[in-house]
Ligand binder design. Structure first.
Ligand code: HEM
Length: 255
């Protein structure tokens, strides 16, 4: 199995007479490492949801802590790719064609699983492909946030109305009933407030990753267009400061 992983790096510049461009190997490996972490995150999110459904706060906290550690490693790993200069990247960028992080279906799965569901993302994948099937499944199943709300509701904080008003498309929107429940939790329920803090840790970590990624993009390609066809850094800058769980941020003003 390890052989399979270790032979999965095929630099596109290896056909050059002078040999493959040195930095392409790093570019391939760093993407593969991230994809493995995305896979692990999905595995942990699934587990956290099962634990929430079983009202097992201790195990949920444990797995959220692990997810936070993974995201911190992901953020730190940006340092490695930042050792690649713009010239190093340009030595093979034209060989990427339209390949881009935009196509990372696992990253979109993470977004869907946390609650940021955009159905149009499916159109980026061939209907019938494994990626399409997995994304469709995640789109139609409850997110981590949905399970968190169900759990909180069952703890005696009435969120029935709020749950029916959760958007089915796009970013989760703050809701007065959720804010009021969170306010009570923060003031009087240490166990549930620890859960809230673990979720905000994860949210903050993901936003940190987006920030580090866009800074890395800016120092590598400046304001050039992306290989995936977007406006590059301009597009990525618009994805910053958009929390997965806005209620957890908005409640702070009333605590
Ligand atoms: C030199 C290194 C990199 C450059 C220049 C770069 C550049 C870009 C650009 C320009 C975009 C916008 C979409 C487009 O291509 O048009 C993008 C999106 C993205 N990249 Fe990178 N990237 C790099 C490394 C990485 C790495 C190592 C990962 C890890 C998996 C990654 C993951 C992503 C993801 C997930 C998106 C989609 C973000 C979103 O839509 O919110 N990128 N990247």
């Amino acid at each position: 199995m390890l052989d399979k992983i270790l032979s999965a790096q095929a630099p596109r510049t290896s056909d050059k007479a002078e040999g493959a461009e040195h930095d392409e190997m790093l570019f391939i490996i760093i993407h593969q490492v991230f994809e493995l972490w995305f896979k692990q995150l999905l595995h942990e999110i699934d587990y956290a949801q099962v634990q929430l459904r079983e009202h097992n706060v201790g195990q949920t906290l444990h797995v959220l802590k692990r997810m936070r550690s993974i995201v911190k490693v992901m953020v730190t790993q940006v340092d490695v790719i930042e050792t690649m200069t713009p010239v190093g990247f340009n030595s093979f960028r034209d060989r990427l064609d339209s390949a881009s992080g935009l196509q990372s279906s696992q990253f979109r799965e993470v977004e869907f699983a946390l609650g940021y569901k955009r159905p149009h993302i499916l159109t980026m994948h061939d209907a019938g492909s494994e990626a399409y099937q997995k994304l469709t499944k995640r789109l139609n199943q409850p997110s981590l946030w949905d399970d968190f709300l169900v759990f909180i509701d069952k703890q005696g904080y009435d969120l029935q109305q709020a749950m029916t008003e959760q958007p089915v498309d796009g970013q989760i929107k703050s809701h007065p009933a959720i804010l009021s429940a969170l306010e009570k939790i923060y003031h009087s329920d240490p166990s549930l407030s620890a859960l809230c803090e673990s979720l905000i840790d994860l949210d903050e970590g993901m936003q940190e990753w987006r920030y580090r990624h866009v800074k890395m993009v800016q120092r590598t390609i400046g304001m050039k267009l992306g290989t995936g066809g977007s406006e590059g850094a301009k597009y990525l800058l618009e994805t910053l400061n958009k929390p997965f769980f806005p209620d957890l941020w908005d409640v702070r003003v009333s605590l």
